[in-house]
Design a protein around this ligand. Structure first.
Ligand SMILES: Cc1ncc(COP(=O)(O)O)c(C=O)c1O
Length: 346
């Protein structure tokens, strides 16, 4: 049996040999004392990449979002985001449980908020009113199939929130994919947001870690306190930061290969089963398959693929998600395509 092709998520990547060597050789210290050179270097490097004032290493994207939202919203204040945002779909209610933050959501095509939809939803302070303190966008959008916010749309959202005023957060777990696919510079994205959470452990292939990017150095001390309170202050975690730095240096440009593999999957599937996917919607490393009748439903398709060594995710009863990544090469892409095409005919 050939090796399994695992398209369930780009979080499944394993550290490469080069990354493991970088981890083994990392200089470390106690980061609670601010003395881990590898973490300090990672934070400085990421802040600079986004042209922002400061950055903070955190264990996960979930904690990155939560630290950011706690900075932007006090308990009882409101965050507006799209209804499919990771923040409200997959973070176990963290913003409510740990931040007392009220979320209000807007249904948005492929998860991308438009200024027209957002404007009437921004609420101002008033008698008994819950004012909108912040708005969150997701770049790229996970449940939106890896969709990219165009820069112009972000500029409009920025202008709208600044005028309200509300602050703007970016769940940038896959901002690297947006950067590579759109050609927009990381500093171009950075300039847009008050806070960002960017992940090292998705397409970049690090085993652990995210970075909170802060537009204002004055937020950094509070961000460290919030992280500590959440149990996210680590000690000699420079071994993890070294993996993240290795990923930044070696794995950003290669995301273009993942995007190409996703396009190949979409084109091949659309050819075999018209209507299941529109290849024009595949902008980065995700492909969403919509399984209308008489196609097998998501559970049956995933099982049929798994029986043939290809793993995919059912994200709704009739929707399957495929995610390409560092551990999927051209041969794996071709094999996955064969298996999925066969399974669609079941
Ligand atoms: C868009 C998005 N944001 C945040 C996260 C959370 O990251 P973590 O799993 O590191 O908490 C994920 C995880 O897949 C994600 O896809």
């Amino acid at each position: 049996m050939p090796p399994i092709v695992d398209l369930r998520s780009d979080t499944l990547t394993k550290p490469t040999d080069g990354m493991r060597r970088a981890m083994a050789n990392a200089e470390v210290g106690d980061d609670v004392y601010g003395e881990d050179p590898s973490i300090n270097a990672l934070e400085a490097e990421v802040a600079e990449m986004f042209g922002q004032a400061a950055a903070l290493f955190v264990p996960s994207g979930t904690m990155g979002n939560l630290v950011s939202l706690r900075l932007l919203c006090d308990p009882g204040e409101e965050l507006v985001c799209d209804a499919d945002a990771h923040i409200v779909s997959y973070e176990a209610g963290a913003a409510a449980a740990h931040g007392g933050i009220q979320t209000r959501t807007i249904v948005a095509d492929r998860g991308l908020l438009t200024p027209e939809a957002l404007a009437p939803q921004l609420r101002s302070p008033g008698y008994h009113a819950v004012a909108t303190a912040a708005v969150a966008v997701e770049q790229t959008h996970n449940r939106g199939g890896g969709a990219i916010y165009p820069l112009e749309q972000l500029l409009q959202l920025r202008a709208l929130t600044a005028a309200h005023p509300a602050r703007l957060h970016c769940d940038g777990a896959r901002i690297w994919n947006a950067h590579v696919a759109s050609g927009v510079g990381l500093e171009g994205y950075g300039a847009m947001f008050d806070t960002m959470s960017v992940c090292l452990s998705k397409g970049l292939g690090a085993p652990v870690g995210s970075v909170v990017v802060l537009s204002d150095a004055a937020m950094a001390e509070r961000a460290r306190d919030i992280r500590h309170r959440l149990g996210g202050a680590m000690r000699q975690a420079g071994v993890l930061a070294a993996a993240g730095r290795y990923a930044l240096h070696h794995h950003i440009d290669r995301l273009a290969e993942d995007h190409e593999h996703a396009r190949q999957l979409a084109a091949g599937i659309a050819d075999a089963a018209p209507g299941v996917v529109d290849p024009d919607t595949v902008e980065t490393n995700m492909v969403m398959l919509e399984l209308g009748e008489p196609m097998p439903d998501a559970a049956r398709l995933s099982q049929a693929c798994a029986d043939d060594g290809v793993l995919v995710s059912s994200v709704a009863p009739r929707r399957v998600r495929l995610v390409t990544h560092l551990d999927i090469d051209s041969a794996g892409t071709d094999r996955a395509l064969d298996v999925i095409r066969r399974a669609l005919k079941v």
